[in-house]
Ligand binder design. Sequence first.
Ligand code: TYC
Length: 102
Amino acid sequence: MADERDEPGVALQTRPKTKRPPMYKVLLLNDDFTPMEFVVMVLERFFGMNHAQAFELMLMVHKKGLAVVGVFSYEIAETKVTQVMELARQHQHPLQCTMEKE
Ligand code: TYC
């Protein structure tokens, strides 16, 4: 028996036209010089992590080379990257923070 897809005059449910905005991953990269405590402080200050979460994520970056620290809208991700890079620059640490589309 034909299902409703085959029946003339029966409207298919259409997808809502509102598209979700693209989201962006903020990535933290390892290096050999930035002090671990500085990275932990950055994660606490700009990414709302408690000390244990920040320490765990810092160690993950240290061991794996990089990690996603959060996913945000474009403007928020860009602000986080700028804040991290600016603080690292002020302290003369080579810490790198970037963003990429999810
Ligand atoms: N690898 C650094 C060290 O041994 C620590 C570090 C961790 C640096 C994470 C950057 O994103 C980073 N001092």
